[in-house]
Design a protein around this ligand. Structure first.
Ligand SMILES: Cc1ncc(COP(=O)(O)O)c(C=O)c1O
Length: 429
């Protein structure tokens, strides 16, 4: 029998357990913690029995969920692959290298940082890399669809930088590039941000680049919403135009909750240092691994079909809601987002959202490009992942109209919405 010496033991590769030996066992959670497992099961039931029309949400794949629940959740890995502050990072390094390689290839970028904990963390790091406190930044004004990180007074962005907000044309709802240019010339910003939480059209990245160049500003694309459409070839990419592209990985892109940053090689070191150690500590390596899984999925032909379907569904939904009497901002959509003004039906957006919620349709209110009243923002990413088709979009619009008008029997309406959702389970068993 061979004797294993200490040196031989060190050199031996670690044994790799089979997948069945991994500890993701929901039954164990049910046995150990009925309160939390009960909450998680109730949430799964809520997601499966109502329609998820929040434009920022989606259903990740079982493979992404498996990576999120994997033992990499235990690993500390401050720093970057090959330069960590902790030992035992071989697999963490491999996961992050795979995520970075896949992100660069998917989006045609020279550099990717996949560590930001969220979309907001990605924007914070982009600002930290390029700006100094007090610098002027041009971004879409919050009343028109800018994100909190685009200068909200209660956010770090509004506290530490001087934001000037551009708007949209009140009639067309489209970005007024003449106004952006005039504001840029007047305010001479250090950076211009393009990106929004509710703009249903593609930003004209070339125009933004030209304006930024004219005033010597950096161009930051906050592509949190369209990143999945870009991955699937269903939306133009800001990568060739922007100095830095920030995004979330959990919207149309269908990955885990998290953020990412893309940039060219010349800014790569500044971006990396702005993420770690400037704004974050140890990356969440299980999430990084899940991002790699999602990038792998997004590179498949099936994902391109999905991304185009998301846009086609949003267009069908917008047209059908218009037929129901709603006003559709910008007259339609090029993306997964539809913004609806319920005013023609004599209902305000908050009341409409409550009525829709009671019927099992989950969505948000948002700013409208005109006046002070709010609109309703819908998205088609989640329902498309569930496998719904264009007929289902027509059905959703009819149910939406009936719910807002409080037409018919409320119990029957809720039952119809439940039937539609349960006919298309997000995680078929
Ligand atoms: C344009 C934009 N930027 C940033 C974010 C922030 O993402 P997170 O909620 O992950 O911080 C969002 C999220 O909705 C967004 O839409």
């Amino acid at each position: 029998m061979p004797v294993t010496t200490p040196a031989a033991r060190e050199a031996a590769p670690p044994s790799v357990p089979s997948a069945g030996a991994l500890p993701q066992d929901f039954a164990a959670l049910v046995r150990q913690d009925p309160e939390i497992s009960g909450i998680l099961l109730a949430e799964a039931g809520r997601q499966a029995s109502t329609l998820q029309l929040i434009a920022a949400e989606n259903f990740t794949s079982p493979a992404v969920l498996a990576a999120l629940g994997s033992p990499l959740a235990n690993k500390y890995a401050e720093g970057y692959p090959g330069a960590r502050h902790h030992g035992g990072c071989e697999q963490a390094d491999a996961a992050e290298r795979a995520a970075v390689r896949r992100a660069m290839s998917l989006f045609g970028a020279e550099h990717a940082n996949v560590q930001p904990h969220s979309g907001s963390s990605a924007v914070l790091a982009a600002y930290a890399a390029l700006l100094r406190p007090g610098d002027t930044v041009l971004a879409m004004g919050l009343p028109y669809g800018g994100h909190l990180t685009h200068g909200a007074p209660g956010n770090f962005s509004g506290r530490w930088f001087e934001f000037a907000g551009y708007g949209v044309d009140p009639d067309s709802g489209l970005i007024d590039y003449a106004q952006v240019r005039a504001l840029a010339r007047a305010r001479r910003p250090k950076a211009i941000v393009c990106g929004s939480i509710s703009y249903p059209r593609h930003p004209d990245y070339e125009q933004f680049r030209a304006i930024a160049d004219e005033v010597g500003a950096y161009l930051i694309a906050d592509a949190a919403h369209p990143m999945g459409l870009i991955a699937g070839g269903a939306a133009p990419s800001p990568v060739p135009y922007a100095d830095v592209v920030c995004a979330t990985t959990h919207k149309v892109l269908r990955g885990p909750r998290g953020g990412m940053i893309l940039c060219g090689v010349e800014l790569s070191e500044r971006i990396d240092r702005a993420v770690f150690p400037f704004t974050q500590g140890g990356a969440q390596m299980h999430t990084v691994a899940a991002k790699a899984v999602a990038f792998g999925e997004a590179a498949t032909p099936a994902f391109a079909v999905y991304a185009h379907r998301v846009v086609a569904h949003a267009r069908v939904l917008a047209a059908a809601l218009e037929s129901e009497g709603f006003e559709i901002t910008t007259g339609g959509t090029d993306t997964h987002i539809v913004v609806v003004d319920p005013a023609p039906l004599g209902v305000d957006a908050r009341t409409a959202r409550e009525r829709l919620m009671a019927a099992g349709m989950v969505l948000d209110t948002c700013a409208l490009p005109y006046g002070d009243a709010r609109g309703i923002r819908l998205g088609t990413a989640a329902v498309t992942t569930q496998g719904m088709d264009e007929d289902d979009m027509q059905r959703i619009a009819a149910l939406f109209g009936a719910a807002v008008r409080e037409e018919g029997d409320a119990g029957r309406l809720r039952a119809e919405v439940r039937g539609l959702a349960e006919h298309n389970p997000p995680y078929p068993g």
